[in-house]
Design a binder for this molecule. Structure first.
Ligand code: S3P
Length: 187
């Protein structure tokens, strides 16, 4: 058996890996690299919602509101979780939904990419596509959401810090944490 701090051989991980965490935590960027490293498909729940709706998340929020967006989000994630083993990045609010959380618990291994507020502010500032940050002070909004959501993100199977370091280093940390878990060690 591989030592616990070896990068996880793909064979040790037998379920979809779901990445959760705040906007700007790096779920998509890290998810793509993780999938490439494992040789698995990658899915981004936000992109799948946009493809299914034929429009952008910002438009969906503007046209039907957040509650209806959350319903679409729940349906799309349930469909993705019923499919093949993959690396799946969820939108920042998706894990707050109890049905989504219990499906993730049943079918996948979840990883909270935890990043500090400065990193979240820095990274979300690069793109203006997130409806929840379009109004008001983005830092204050991110701080409030992080405080509200942190305890729920902490229910993920694994927690990996994604505040610092090159993407590859974060991917290595995720793989090492998955290997420890696959080997039966505490996360
Ligand atoms: C949201 C995060 C976004 C997207 C939507 C709502 C949230 O995804 O789903 O704008 O509630 O945190 P990212 O976390 O990929 O930016």
């Amino acid at each position: 058996m591989a030592p616990p701090n070896d990068p996880a051989p793909a064979a040790l991980i037998d379920r979809t890996i779901v990445l959760v965490g705040m906007m700007g935590a790096g779920k998509t960027a890290i998810g793509k690299r993780l999938a490439a490293t494992l040789g698995w498909p990658f899915e981004d729940a936000d992109a799948a919602i946009e493809a299914a709706a034929g429009t952008t998340i910002a438009e969906i929020f503007a046209e039907i509101g957040e509650a209806a967006f959350r319903e679409k989000e729940r349906q799309v994630i349930a469909r993705l979780l019923a499919g093949q083993r993959q690396v799946l990045a969820l939108g920042g609010g998706a894990f707050m939904d109890p049905q989504t959380r219990s499906l993730v618990r049943e079918r996948a291994c979840s990883v909270w990419l935890r990043a500090d507020l400065d990193a979240l502010v820095r990274r979300t500032g690069r793109r203006g596509t997130r409806p929840l940050l379009a109004r008001g002070d983005p830092r204050a909004t991110l701080a409030r959401l992080l405080e509200q959501r942190g305890p729920t993100y902490a229910e993920a199977d694994i927690v990996v810090d994604s505040s610092k370091g090159p993407l590859n280093a974060v991917v290595e940390r995720v793989l090492a944490a998955l290997a420890r878990r696959a080997n039966g060690a505490a996360p």
